[in-house]
Design a protein around this ligand. Sequence first.
Ligand code: ADP
Ligand code: MG
Ligand code: MG
Length: 207
Amino acid sequence: ETECEAILEAVDRIAARIESEKKHLTDLDSAIGDADHGANLDRGFKAVVETLDQKEDADAQDLVKTVGTALISEVGGASGPLYGGSCMHASQELEAGITAETTVAFAEAYLEKLQDRGGAEVGDKTMVDALTPAVHTYKKSIEVDDLPPLEALAKAVDGAERGVEYTVPLKAAKGRASYLGWRSVGHQDPGATSTLLILEELLATAE
Ligand code: ADP
Ligand code: MG
Ligand code: MG
């Protein structure tokens, strides 16, 4: 399988997973937001699949950049510019293709852009709470523990899973959920949840 085929497979898997969890994501968003997160992402990833299907002769960097632009134009809300903008920005790190090194750089650039744009820190009850432990665990697994990328990604998914659970008791400090103040406590963040789903599908693709 080439890098491009792997990216297309990942995107197909993510789109299918988001479609099957559309209602779950929307239910989570109806508790602390405006009940559109599932629909936003479903629309976005369907557009991503369509856009990539029409693309020929692209390299990894190109494809991932296109994923980002499609998400920006189709998802909307708070999550569209965050998912799409981070993806677009981080795609630059894939110029040399997909390796352990470039994927660590991609993950770090993605997180950095996300925090830059959204201004959320760990503990604000957002997708940053799932992504941060995932990115840090991935980097450490590769650079310090010298694990192969697949094992590192599996550990990153575990990190994201803990991050999602960690959002439940938090009081939201960013995004729509923050309007609820203390009433946001006790609910799982939708964006952290979709981040975990996406990472799970990346892992499934790599396996
Ligand atoms: P909207 O809130 O505009 O309807 P979505 O429902 O698609 O957008 O996405 C909501 C999710 O976006 C939240 O669950 C949260 O994880 C994420 N989010 C919102 N604001 C921020 C932010 N400033 N930084 C990071 N993530 C954010
Ligand atoms: Mg919403
Ligand atoms: Mg909305």
